[in-house]
Design a binder for this molecule. Structure first.
Ligand code: CTP
Length: 215
């Protein structure tokens, strides 16, 4: 049985005990991929940031994390045992340098938050990836989809990248639907027009793992 690791959802980066930085990711795309991978006979490890979705059935493992650092630790520990990984999570790129232990009180002036980079988990996996392992990333772009996606594919040493346009209300992030273009390391370009994330997940897996079939 092939083992696949999938990340999903946003991460939360704490500012103080009552506030955090996050993004609009709903987790629907990653959860749909996990469900589709189970149907195709994979042993699925789903590593999820905070979402309101219910846990897919028949997972090999379900790991709930909150921050980018927790997600990085959970993913790096498990990746060497996997045949493939799909990094669908919208991981925060920055986190506050200091987390205040007490609630930050307002005052008359501005509040300046200093943020530092989080680890790029996908890039780390691209560096440690073995020849038998397939690594798939996602790219959310507001413009120049193909150029940015193919640059990310190369820079992060991926086998595939699923790129989608964000900043439109009919697709992506909170929506039930999405349209993506899949770019392969060997120059493949496959367009998947707007459809449900459930359907899209099936099509993406069919394209990347044609030898597996859904039951
Ligand atoms: N990703 C990750 N760890 C991070 C940030 C992103 O693993 N700290 C992964 C996401 O899961 C996704 C891909 O990287 O698969 C997105 O790439 P990224 O370069 O973060 O995309 P953008 O945030 O759109 O990058 P940029 O700011 O360069 O547009």
């Amino acid at each position: 049985m092939k083992k696949i690791l999938i990340t999903a959802g946003p991460t939360r980066e704490a500012i103080d005990p009552v506030r955090y930085i996050t993004n609009y990711s709903s987790g629907k795309m990653g959860y749909s991929l996990a469900e589709a991978a189970v149907k195709r006979g994979f042993a699925v490890t789903l590593i999820s940031g905070p979402v309101t979705l219910s846990r897919p059935e028949h997972l090999a493992e379900f790991v709930q994390v909150v921050s980018a650092a927790e997600m990085a630790e959970a993913v790096k520990k498990r990746f060497p045992l996997m045949d493939a990984a799909i990094m669908c999570a919208a991981v925060a790129d920055y986190r506050p340098v200091c987390i205040s232990q007490s609630k930050i009180k307002k005052n008359g002036g501005n509040l300046l938050l200093t943020l530092e980079r989080t680890e790029d988990i996908l890039q780390t996996l691209g560096k440690i990836k073995q020849p038998h392992q397939q690594l798939i990333g996602f790219a959310a772009e507001t413009d120049s989809l193909q150029a940015y996606a193919q640059e990310k594919l190369r820079r992060k040493n991926l086998d595939w990248i699923a790129a989608n346009l964000v900043g439109r209300t009919d697709r992506g992030f909170q929506s039930d639907d999405n349209a993506v273009t899949l770019y392969g390391a060997h120059g493949e370009i496959i367009d998947f027009p707007l459809c449900s994330k459930r359907e899209l997940a099936e099509k993406i897996l069919q394209a990347i793992f044609p030898e597996s079939s859904s039951f």
